[in-house]
Write a protein that binds this ligand. Sequence first.
Ligand code: PLP
Length: 405
Amino acid sequence: MRGTTQEHLVPVGEEPNAIMIDQQHTTVSSTIVDIPRSGIREIMDVAQEVPGAILLSTGEPNFPTPPHVVDAAAAAARAGKTTYVANSGIPELREALAEKIRTRNGYGVTPRSIVVTNGGVEALFASFTALLDPGDGILLPDPGWPNFSMMARILRARIQPYPLAAANGFLPAVEDLERLCDEGTKVLLINSPSNPLGAVIDRERMRALAAFAERRGLWIISDECYDELDFEGGFVSAAAVADPERTVSIYTFSKTYAMTGWRVGYAAAPVRAAEQIAKLQEPIVSSVNTPAQYAALAALTGPQEVVATMRDAYRERRDEVCARLARAGIAASRPGGAFYVWVDVRASGMTSRQFTLDLLRTRAVALAPGSAFGAHGEGYARISLATEPTALYEGVDRLIAALRA
Ligand code: PLP
């Protein structure tokens, strides 16, 4: 009953002399309670009450997983590959991933640098955990994927948001990073192609970011989960230009192969960090679903046309959506990668939350409010292109009508 008073004690049961339970010591974690609810989730909840709503709010490919990938998982399961495996993943997959990184991402790694994870999200969480002590500073993009700041908060790291502004092509500016970085900063997180902006960091900018990180002795965590959804060929991996001994790169099968529910991602890190990330697999997930790892192997080593087909479809949708918005005189990003268009909704005179809720209730279109991605997202909304084109274009036309009204 450490340090409690009578007010914290509540009786259990009706009987006199009931056992007293110390409520203070049965509360849930205040760190977790204090993490705000996702603004995207709020929209999704309201959307459930709007029958037939066009959902342009989530980042989920609208393609099925390729059949040969599904078959590989079924074959693995039938062959009894259903046991726990190594924390880092099955050796065949780690070898194939090292080869993928060499040929498609342009830098050399050995399988010892690869850890297969439960989606890119767990690769990120394990990397954050491996690199950050409580109180360490982490430079996070704003607007940026909300999960980054949730993870930092879970770990009690110090979030140092850096702005991504239209005036800078929505790319990180080294001057901003220099201004924000201090003695306690440990990690620079970059995300290219970006969710929610679709911005792709070009080689020159990447070199400048790498030089900044080196000058200030920072780790780079480079979220490259959309690496293969690069529309103009401008994508460059951080580790291809930055110090590989201080760069952790994050990837996923979710977007490239339409495998969101399979939950397979991976981190590529210098061996000293990869070993710590692998160690963390044990208490977090032990190992990734074994048949899913064989599915991922088939995705990687099988025909790659599926990747090009999906990328071409997203590019075509981007062109059409951007053309419609431009014709209507509405400012929006022209994404170089990923599958999101970032639209300026300030003409509505509402906050982005109010605007997206209003759009959903009055015109049955769900967009993600910009403010869900950070303070600098206010005044914007995110359209997901990962939606069947007829519904996508109808949704965009309704958005245009709402902004004109
Ligand atoms: N990173 C970014 C920027 C994302 O948008 C996502 C998913 O939306 C992920 C990582 C992780 O995806 P997954 O855990 O499905 O691999």
